[in-house]
Design a protein around this ligand. Structure first.
Ligand code: DQA
Length: 139
């Protein structure tokens, strides 16, 4: 099985950025540990700070891969274009967030993406990504 973890803006700064919210671990080290948990799954990872590149990636893998775990960062709360891209592709997408967005500012409570995703996981720190992968594998 092919599963892509797709990270949006500012998530390249994990481990540096707002550690009290997002933790002290950088994503590359988390990802290499996670990857080792799965033998029969081809787990890949892509990050971009640019909305269009995230959409391009969804198009690129979205007719081919078995699942996508998407943390679109702040685009979650703003992007009709990413929502449309998720609707356009065949691959199931799980929306994930590191923080529990519902305990945070009001503007983080709404997601344009959720209705086009198979499910949403938030609030479990970096473990949200593993839970997203597990959710895809369990379907
Ligand atoms: C986030 C939550 C978003 O509101 C925020 O803009 C992010 C990260 C999370 O993983 O908790 O960049 O998606």
């Amino acid at each position: 099985k092919n599963i892509l973890i797709l990270n949006g803006p500012n998530l390249n700064l994990l481990g540096v950025r707002e550690k009290s919210i997002y933790g002290a671990q950088d994503f590359d080290s988390y990802f290499s540990t996670l990857k080792n948990n799965y033998e029969s799954v081809e787990l890949s990872y892509f990050q971009s700070n640019t909305e269009g590149f995230i959409i391009d990636k969804l198009h690129e893998v979205g007719f081919e891969y078995d699942g996508i775990v998407l943390n679109a960062g702040a685009y979650t709360h703003t992007s009709v274009a990413i929502a449309d891209a998720i609707a356009a592709i065949n691959t199931p997408v799980v929306e994930v967030h590191i923080s529990n967005v519902h305990t945070r500012e009001e503007f983080r409570h709404h997601s344009y993406l959720s209705k086009n995703c198979v499910g949403v996981i938030c609030g479990f720190g970096l473990d949200s990504y593993r839970l997203g992968v597990e959710a895809l594998l369990a379907r």
